[in-house]
Design a protein around this ligand. Sequence first.
Ligand code: SF4
Ligand code: MG
Length: 330
Amino acid sequence: MDPILRISDLHVSFHVRGGEVQAVRGFDLEMNRGESVAIVGESGSGKSVTAQSILRLIPSPPGIVKKGSIEFMGQELLTKTEKEMEAIRGKEIGMIFQDPMTSLNPTLTVGRQISEVLIKHQKLSSAQASRRAAELLTLVGIPNAEARVHEYPHQFSGGMRQRVMIAISLACDPALLIADEPTTALDVTIQAQIMQLMKDLQKKTGTSIILITHDLGIVADMCDRVVVMYAGKVVETGTKHEIFRNPQHPYTKGLLRSLPRLDQKKDEPLIPIIGTPPDMSQPPQGCAFCARCDYAMRICVDKDAPTYTISDTQTAKCWLHDSARKGVTA
Ligand code: SF4
Ligand code: MG
């Protein structure tokens, strides 16, 4: 099967006063049609920068894609002109961001905002577009859609605004949808409803989804596969089951220990990962997780680990998987 997206060896930096922040330092991902992949990591791990690179939304300067390739449906995105990208963004690749209030235009009705996308990309007449806008609001679970298309963003609750954003992103039936922390600004119950909605819509439309999140807890239901990022690199990949049941990188294990579980005993504490990620303007030469890792060995300080294959679907970038070192925890 042809992959819908293939990212190879992506490196993205930001030039700041006195130096260069190496936000993404070698990111690879191959995604099939209809697949949903979560990219998980702490803030500053490079996951949003990776998403913005796919959409070619890295502000430049100060940002620069230094190296790599991003192929979407067989076409290299990194060499496209801005005009070509405009035709792809919102049409073939939809996007949903964290804060719907900053992405929606407060001065236009939500119906108008959805219609504009349809008129621009689908070449619908304005009457067809406003009918379709109401259908899309219904699809994302907004009751009374025919009346609500005439309302402005501030007349919607936070959760309902995020539903509007999802309607806009789905307006052109994109092949790929990128959702960057889509529920972070919402309370927990609404978060769960939005994730459920995205899952249902994915089933219905077959859209491939990249879900970017710092919260491993919300990917459990939604995604087929998980990519864990740390300090600009992929440290582990696996199916949802592999990542939750059989994590192989100390950072992934740490993320799981810090999550509340259903079978959690009442007094059992959640264990946060102690310490902070490294300064990305001076990334360490060895494993970037070294300073926070309970298993760190001498080689971890000196040399970054290669990516080891754990199964057909799982990889981990950690020296503990070097067969010569297995079991060594010096
Ligand atoms: Fe820990 Fe070493 Fe593995 Fe890095 S390579 S995660 S420091 S054991
Ligand atoms: Mg982010």
